[in-house]
Design a binder for this molecule. Structure first.
Ligand code: UD1
Ligand code: CA
Length: 453
């Protein structure tokens, strides 16, 4: 990685009208993260020394999302939308600070990779003043065209300002740009708005830098990576591209995805070597899975830490705060939340285990439910090691079940159970010999009907 200091300026003032949403565009999610989060994660990975985020007026929600990942990000407000150069200049005080390289990115272009940022930025170290990321979209309409002469980039012409001949150029501006920190402010300040849109175009930095005699470089990248999101359809397209990338990376890392196209990963999903993921599994954010664990079909995991050689599902739901230790088993139709299931414990069928701790090797029978909520507060259930809870038991929290304790089937446990004790909490069975036969005889005589089943 470069040892040159790097200021990243992220333009996040997109209004997102075509999203038909109450939410600002850059907060919409792909693979479990907002688009803004993706861009910031990528710039952090690319070695950002300082981060400036330009937001629209009143967008405290966008500012907060930025600070979540980069707590010392400087937030700037662009009051009026007067163009991309005007937006970058909203971060003037960050630019005045003095830095080797400046990278400008759009928060609605979430698929950009750190390697590409490094490639874009590299010419600055060789003395270039401006570097532009180019791509060749299937349909160039709407994009700024890169006008080149051999290797030299002469200018970027916006669609609305382009001549018929310039419009035939297929090499387009992706929007990302790198500026030498020494020249950035002087270039930006000289950009005017005498163009078809009456906007301050960041792209004009190219011609100004050339007129100053500086080198200006265009670097080409894949169309996929610079796809901008302006609609729900493009959001779904970005999701599909990212999912494909994440699945490939998981498989390259030694994970078996039986039907990759049916498995949905989050950007931060961590899967260990020889994990097997069966079809139709969804990973929300914050999941890690240890080696050789099997996630059976139709399971949903979010905010869960799953250790090695665990079996999850089919049809299991692990909610945030779930921790499942080595060799434990979470079976079908089991939901866990804020629950620590220790080594070798089993919760195999039809259970809800919330705000709980289950000790090592303990077996929770089918239909064990922790009653953790009374409409006001949440309460904890503590279960020791080597315990056995009979099927269809309700554990009414707060309650503690000791090590090695045994709970008879069908219990409603409201009191603590000591180590190695048996707790029965159900009514005793009564048997009346011959009662059913006498009942039928009596009712048949009284009604004149024979028994109906
Ligand atoms: C811009 C580029 C164009 C490039 C295209 C790639 C300019 C002048 N043109 O065009 O060459 O091909 O991106 O997608 O730079 N923004 C602000 N404040 C503003 C204006 C824009 O924050 O006043 C932000 C937007 O939220 C958006 C980004 O800058 O994230 C691009 O703005 P947009 O108006 O979409 O530029 P394009 O016309 O698409
Ligand atoms: Ca755009």
């Amino acid at each position: 990685m470069s040892d040159r200091s790097l200021l990243v300026v992220v333009l996040a003032a997109g209004e997102g009208t075509r999203m038909a949403s109450r939410m600002p565009k850059v907060l919409h999610q792909v693979a479990g993260w907002s688009m803004l989060h993706h861009v910031l994660a990528t710039t952090q990975a690319a070695g950002a020394t300082r981060t400036a985020v330009v937001v629209g007026p009143g967008r405290e929600d966008v500012a907060e999302e930025a600070r979540k990942l980069v707590p010392d990000a400087q937030i700037f407000v662009q009051q009026d939308r007067l163009g991309t150069a005007h937006a970058v200049l909203a971060a003037r005080t960050a630019l005045e600070h003095g830095v080797d390289d400046v990278l400008i990115l759009y928060a609605d272009t979430p698929l950009i990779r750190p390697e590409t940022l490094a490639r874009l930025r590299a010419p600055l170290a060789q003395g270039a003043a401006v570097a532009v990321l180019g791509f060749r979209p299937a349909d160039p309409a709407g994009y700024g065209r890169l006008l080149t002469e051999g290797d030299a980039l002469l200018a970027i012409r916006e669609e609305k300002d382009a001549s018929a001949e310039e419009k035939t150029v297929g090499f387009c501006n992706a929007g990302l740009m790198a500026l030498s920190g020494a020249h950035a402010l002087s270039l930006l300040e000289r950009i005017g708005n005498a163009n078809a849109k009456g906007e301050y175009y960041l792209t004009d930095a190219v011609e100004i830098a050339r007129a100053d005699g500086h080198a200006v470089i265009a670097t080409e990248t894949d169309t996929e990576e610079v796809a901008g999101v302006n609609s729900r359809l493009q959001l779904a397209e970005a999701e599909a591209i990212l999912q494909q990338r994440l699945r490939r990376a998981a498989m390259a890392g030694g994970v078996t995805l039986v039907a990759p196209e049916t498995v949905f990963l989050a950007a931060d999903t961590k899967l260990g070597r020889d994990v097997v993921v069966e079809p139709n599994v969804v990973f929300g954010p914050g999941v890690s899975v240890g080696e050789e664990t099997v996630i059976h079909a139709f399971s949903h995991l979010e905010g869960a830490k799953v250790a090695a050689r665990v079996s999850i599902g089919p049809f299991a739901r692990l909610r945030p705060g779930s921790q499942v230790d080595d060799g434990a088993r979470i079976g079908n139709f089991v939901e866990t939340k804020a629950a620590h299931i220790e080594t070798g414990a089993k919760v195999n069928h039809l259970s809800y285990i919330g705000d709980a701790h289950v000790g090592a090797r303990t077996n929770l029978g089918a239909g064990t439910i922790t009653c953790n909520y009374d409409g006001f507060g949440k309460y904890r259930t503590e279960i020791g090691a080597d315990a056995f809870v009979g099927v269809n038991s309700a554990l009414v929290a707060p309650v503690t079940i000791g090590n090695g304790a045994f709970i008879g089937t069908g219990a409603v446990v409201t009191e603590n159970v000591p180590d190695d004790a048996l707790a029965l909490a159900r009514s005793r069975q009564t048997v009346k010999e011959g009662w059913a036969r006498e009942f039928r005889t009596r009712r048949a005589a009284a009604t004149g009907k024979s028994r109906k089943n």
